[in-house]
Design a protein around this ligand. Structure first.
Ligand SMILES: NC(=O)C1=CN([C@@H]2O[C@H](COP(=O)(O)OP(=O)(O)OC[C@H]3O[C@@H](n4cnc5c(N)ncnc54)[C@H](O)[C@@H]3O)[C@@H](O)[C@H]2O)C=CC1
Ligand SMILES: O=C(O)C1=N[C@H](C(=O)O)C[C@H](O)C1
Length: 255
């Protein structure tokens, strides 16, 4: 049994993760970390202090599903205490990722950062990486619920990064194009345009558009609920236990 603690247990993702871990015969939910003492009864102790949680409960793995600043704080503390970390929280900077990688190496402990836990989204990213070899003009439209804190999404950034391994950086669109309304062309990552839509009713959706002469290739993935992420969370908990390295992206865990 892997001893699992979850940070953010009352959130959209945290709720599903608590359910999944409790239902699994491989995992033992030994504690949750919340922002306050909660009225929601959990079948395990609720902590508001991660130091105390680690000392008293000694988890094997901390799963973080909170916010960018908290996620960084929690993951740092977990790794410093040699607790493996599975991080679904998005919005980390490149510097944050570098810092976590160094902590893994220093403390010889595993950490998996998964910008997207759903298998379909990971396949979309892999297909996009392949397509970029042949079609190098690409724009990404990600669409999420309006409670999301970070933009662009972690998935969109990771997709652009994967495409970037096979696409020469270049400016897209007309060389003389001008935004009459700032932001109209979206963010640019080496010339790949990223557009973020935030609307009530949405969950997590992304389209990757590849344009060529007389043709358009559209790759699309939709998560209609948070259950879609849970097989990926379970896989990461199992895999992180076998490692003492830093992994960024679920694509490194599937063939
Ligand atoms: N990697 C993936 O596949 C996915 C990642 N996410 C990411 O997961 C994160 C959480 O997303 P949601 O669940 O939608 O957000 P949410 O806002 O519903 O949940 C965040 C939770 O963190 C809790 N929290 C606040 N302060 C805390 C503290 N000090 N200690 C512990 N918990 C605290 C809040 O009470 C809240 O329940 C976001 O960064 C989001 O981008 C979301 C969906 C899928
Ligand atoms: O906040 C969300 O909801 C999601 N966040 C992740 C991201 O930023 O890509 C994964 C998924 O898109 C849902």
């Amino acid at each position: 049994m892997i001893r699992v603690a979850i940070a953010g247990p009352r959130g959209n993702m945290g709720k599903e993760a608590v359910k999944m871990v409790m239902m699994s015969s491989n995992f033992d939910l030994i504690a949750v970390l919340d922002s306050k003492e909660t009225m929601i009864p959990f079948s395990c102790p609720v902590f508001t202090d991660l130091d105390q949680l680690i000392t008293e409960c000694q988890p094997d793995v901390l799963v973080d599903l909170t916010s960018p600043e908290l996620g960084m704080k929690h993951t740092t503390l977990a790794l410093e205490n040699k607790v493996h970390a599975v991080v679904g929280t998005t919005g980390f900077s490149e510097r944050d990722l570098e810092k976590l990688k160094n902590l893994c190496e220093h403390h010889q402990v595993g950490c998996i950062i998964a910008p997207n836990f759903s298998i379909g989204a990971v396949l979309m990213m892999k297909f996009a990486e392949q397509a970029a070899r042949y079609m190098s003009d690409v724009e990404i439209i990600e669409m999420h619920h309006d409670r999301k804190l970070d933009a662009p999404s972690g998935t969109a950034l990771k997709t652009a990064e994967m495409i970037g391994t096979l696409r020469e950086p270049h400016q897209q669109g007309h060389p003389d194009e001008k935004e009459t309304h700032p932001g109209a062309r979206g963010a640019s990552l080496d010339g790949i345009r990223l557009h973020s839509v935030r609307l009530p009713g949405l969950v997590a959706h992304q389209q990757v558009l590849f344009g060529g002469n007389g043709q358009l290739l559209t790759l699309r993935h939709d998560s209609f609920n948070r259950e879609s992420f849970m097989p990926g969370v379970a896989l990461c908990i199992e895999e992180v236990m076998k490692r003492n390295t830093f992994i960024y992206g679920l694509e490194h865990l599937i063939d």
